[in-house]
Write a protein that binds this ligand. Sequence first.
Ligand SMILES: Cc1ncc(COP(=O)(O)O)c(C=O)c1O
Length: 949
Amino acid sequence: MSPLFTSLLRRRRHHHHHRFLSTHSQPSIEYPLTHPIYTIWASNTSLGKTLVSAGLSTSFLSSSHRKFLYLKPLQTGFPNDSDSRFVYSKFSQFFTQNRPEFSVFASNHVLKSSVLAKDAVLSGGFEVEREKNVDLGLYKESRLIGTEKNRPFFASNCVLKSSVSAKDAVLRGGFEVERENNVNLGLFKESRLLGTEENRPLFASNCVLESSVLAKDAVLRGGVEVERDEIVNLGLYEESRLQGTENWEMRGFSKLVCKTMYGWKEALSPHLVAERENARVEDGELLGMLKGCLGIESESEKGEVLCVIETAGGVASPGPSGSLQCDLYRPFRFPAILVGDGRLGGISGTISAYESLKLRGYDVVAVVLEDHGLVNEGPLSSYLRRRVPVLVLPPVPTEVSNNLMEWFQEALSTFHSLEEIMQSAFLDRTSRLRNMPRKAHDIFWWPFTQHNLVPEENVTVIDSRCGENFAVHKVVNNNVDSITQQFDACASWWTQGPDATLQIELARDVGYATARYGHVMFPENVYEPALECAELLLEGVGKGWASRVYFSDNGSTAIEIALKMALRKFLFDHKIVSDDLVAVNAESRVDLKVLALRGSYHGDTLGAMEAQAPSPYTGFYQQPWYKGRGHFLDPPTVAMCDGVWKLSLPQEIETQNPSVEDLTFSLRENIFKESRHTSNLADIYQLHIRQALQLIMDSSGSTRTGALIIEPGKTFDMHHFLFVIQGAGGMEMVDPLFQRVLVKECRNKKIPVIFDEVFTGFWRLGAESATEFIRCKPDIACFAKLMTGGIVPLAVTLASEAVFEAFVGDSKLQALLHGHSYTAHAVGCTAAVKSIKWFKDSKTNHNLISEAMLLRELWDSDLVRQISLLPAVHRMVVLGTLCAVELRAEGSNAGYASLYARSLLQKLREDGIYMRPLGNVIYLMCGPCTSPESCSNLLNKVYRRLGEL
Ligand SMILES: Cc1ncc(COP(=O)(O)O)c(C=O)c1O
């Protein structure tokens, strides 16, 4: 960046408070699918979003028993500008002019505003009619706290009518409030101010809920003062009954509900005006209020409601926190109507806006634009391949005096078409969502799934994902469709890491890479994403040992590549083949095996399975070719039981009588301490491993151990659960000391060491590489899953230069003759580049402790301890992004096939946590950027449910 540009940026920075990430907690996103809810976007400001909203109200409310809900979350320039008031008044005028048979109850409500905007409202933004006898609606209420906590009395006093002079006296003189001893102030002032039009009073209210006693005294002495630095309750309300030609009892009525959620006085972008008026609103707060405004009030309204949410400015205009609105509203992912631009240059602006929405996962259902005589709809329709309808509205009259009634009349048929499109897209969406479980059941073949055990109603329909959360479609009581949020606590097979911000960044980068490269041939070629990705890997997880990056596309193939590398290296090092790959002598044709730990998992391809101990997954029915080309050692494991970390040793080690003090740890850190390497237990491990290796050599004749493969810092094996359980328990953290001694012993015997970091790599366990935990380096290591943030598949096998050299020679036959169609896929490499950088930068990953290059503790340790002490809990393992709980279970309740945890997980799904059953073990997995608050929220729910067991 040029110095000039940097200094310009610096100078301007104080004008806004745009934040890269909105860290405030979000409400749980839930909304009914009983009626269509659309967001109205525009490619820029002043293109007629509000005209479209008002037009939709005229179209939708052309019959009775309907409700049109118009929401304007952010209104600047208020009260002079009020889009909700515009919709309210234009609809009212249109209705009065056309007078159908039924009546409409119309209301306009402004919920909150900045103090400045409120002052503007109270000091004459609205006119009060000077009638003889007016509705006063004077209302006074105070909350009086009794001696018992949480039992306030509400006292109110309401004066219904008065003369104008009495009313003036009221408005001049303020209100008196009873003296209380308590700090709860409960000062509440509300007045109904009658507007110029009949039956349209405005309600203005002011409510101060809490204050210090001193502040309260000041209030009582000096009249009502309102804090000057925040958003306040405005409660401005107007309503009217629009009478149809027939009595409403005969023909029924409809409702128009218009709501502005937040108003600011200056007509500027929300991020700027929120700062200038010192009236900020956090994203979570705004979404919470929006969620509260979406519902339907009574059962009878079902199916007859249309809700539109009109955004402010353009698609990417910032909201009050600085988040772009297209990002801000993304958790809801409501379908979109895009108001395009019919003017010169409008095609380009409209396409850009459309693409911004698409790239964030919105469905754009229709584009609407005003006719400026340039026929912009032609190129737009052809760009949209006619899959998204483009509707054209007649030119809008520009004279200020024009009340637009003729225009609304003329545009009515277009609004009817738009409404029809919206209704049918809504019905299509809900019916597709409803039918998906059945169709999935009929045509999918799910992995690791016995289809007979999955009833249709248990199929989870995932409508979308936002950060760590799924948006799930549900049909609940009374056949009501809804979208609810579930935290993806299995991180979709341990792949996922992005928060909502990274997800959008990745979507953009991945789109860019697709556009720039598609997929390109890799061997003998180079392109930026692959090169940068390789550089980052060697500077990061491969630092200090790796010098070569071999790309593939999934964990299992990365393992198979690693095995091929290791075995060749072994053949060379042990002079079993010569440099030109000729066997040194006839006896050289050895049978090569790997050394691995029982309970390890390295993937499901045939080769990867050979490196795993026998299990139901390798049995004859599953894998008739399986031989099990390995020597499998039982590892010592460690887990938290009743608040203390304890080692469980395999029998052969236990008989060596290790010191008791080596077997328990008051703190988890102590398990990883370097000082353990000089302990008596380290010696016992060493002896045990040496004996085991000797035994293998003696017993195997022509068989040689060609590689060691382990998962460093391995926690537990989730696929091969049953089998692990038969060994020692449900979930395991292999003792890192054991792994370190094992690596050392293999090195001494020139056995190449492979670290399988497919699961553990990239912060899953709290460090970028799990080698941190065992403090030694491999010769070969495999990574996948979180490497791309889990957004697209990519895997790598890193190797040291010495391993690489075993494949270097004059003949092609010496090369590693292996490859996959998507080797070094440009799109995957681009995602990896972004994710690797994102996770290890404390500006984007707030969980990172940069000095230590470790994640901070994400799971509340007190709560974890409390959970481990619950009678229902046998053991726990908590490390990095993972928290696993083994339930106390016996007999058929234990093990992978057990259904013991199913009902518990069902309840947790209702609590908004998506977990998958693993016999009697349940686990929570978050992303490297997930806030500890979210983790505590999850843990608390789990704690509560476990307490009920
Ligand atoms: C440790 C480990 N290795 C290898 C694999 C296989 O990776 P993939 O499923 O991408 O083939 C997995 C998958 O879960 C794994 O956890």
